[in-house]
Design a protein around this ligand. Structure first.
Ligand SMILES: [Cu+2]
Length: 348
């Protein structure tokens, strides 16, 4: 895979403009930001603002146990081990999806992002999120229903600190966090006829304060750049409904190639690890549906991002398509197919 990536870049590189600017203005060209799926990778000069609108839509279809796709009918009433079988891991099954199984889900997210350069070495940011989640289901009698939920999500903010920079590279520490502004107490009457709590993945927030530390490295060359980032999302304590969402750990690496000063293309690889939920919401009945099982939220996902960036004056466009190419879920969960991410930003 790595070899293919390198060969691919060499081919693109032949077509790359030889007349790109020197290292002095290197951070102001089309690859100045990381691909669209990455946050917290760049700083702004003191007194400068950036506003950004970012859109994401993630598509999930079919159920999976571990690494294997299963049919909708075998997802109903499945007895599934807790975690992938392995040395020291119990294979005692949890029987779930007795009432219904999810078959498909889209998670759309509108994000408003503001950054401000406070000093040479510190940039502050905040981000508001509006998730819009829709899930299709099949009942045990094979009738279908769809539930959806949308509203204000958890608000994120933090500070980006420059650890080290020279002519062509940056080390940036992200001291980030989120606050529980997303509602986790909404109900739907669609599946049962009486108000029932939304299952875990359809709730708008985590219900907890989360720490989100991360670290980014970026290096620029004449006509290309690369970077890597380790980013976490760590809930603190339990929310008022008695549970804590899983921890998230993401490792990303990417390359961007300048085709001209104003246009670049990028490729990114993302490893995502999620842990199971802890505690339990007493209203989440895991035997009825798998999206209510705390142990069935963790796993590992590997995705690739193919992106392009376009700089037009002070306007910056950044888009990516992100297929998930490998995943191993704990228990039975919907599988992730792909996401699309697009943003417009402006600095002034
Ligand atoms: Cu910015």
């Amino acid at each position: 895979m790595l070899l293919r990536l390198i060969v691919g870049y060499c081919v693109i590189g032949v077509f790359a403009s030889a007349a790109v600017a020197g290292p002095g203005s290197r951070r102001s060209l089309a690859d100045k930001h990381a691909p669209a799926g990455i946050m917290g990778d760049h700083l702004h000069e003191p007194g400068k603002w950036m506003v950004e609108y970012k859109y994401m839509n993630m598509f999930m279809e079919d159920n999976r146990i571990g690494e294997n796709t299963i049919s909708d009918s075998s997802a109903l009433g499945t007895s599934t081990p807790v975690g992938p079988p392995g040395p020291g891991i119990t294979t005692d099954g949890i029987t779930t999806n007795r009432a219904a199984t999810p078959t498909q889900m889209t998670m759309e997210m509108h994000m408003a992002h503001v950054m401000y350069g406070a000093t040479d070495d510190i940039t502050l940011y905040t981000m508001a999120m509006l998730p819009n989640i829709s899930m299709d289901h099949t009942r045990a009698d094979f009738t279908d229903f769809t539930t959806s939920n949308s509203g204000f999500g958890d608000m994120a903010f933090g500070a980006l600190l420059r650890l080290y920079s020279d002519d062509c590279q940056d080390w940036i520490l992200n001291l980030g966090c989120s606050v529980p502004t997303g509602d986790i107490f909404e109900t739907t009457s669609i599946p049962t006829g009486s108000p029932t709590a939304f299952p875990y993945p359809m709730r708008l927030g985590s219900g907890t304060f989360n720490m989100r530390p991360g670290i980014t490295f970026k290096r620029y060359y004449d006509w290309y750049s690369w970077g890597m980032q380790f980013q976490t999302d760590l809930p603190i304590g339990h929310n008022y409904r008695g549970y804590r969402v899983g921890e998230e750990y993401r490792f990303n690496s990417w390359n961007s190639i300048l085709l001209t000063d104003n246009l670049s293309v990028s490729m990114r690889g993302e490893h995502l690890w999620r842990t199971a939920f802890d505690g339990k919401d007493p209203e989440a009945n895991g035997t009825m549906i798998s999206t209510n099982v705390e142990q069935f939220r963790g796993g590992y996902w590997y995705s690739l991002g193919f992106g392009a960036q376009y700089l037009w004056g002070s306007h910056y466009f950044n888009a990516e398509i992100v297929p998930t190419i490998a995943q191993e879920v704990d228990g039975v969960q919907l599988e992730t197919d792909y996401a699309i991410i697009a943003s417009w930003s402006r600095t002034f």
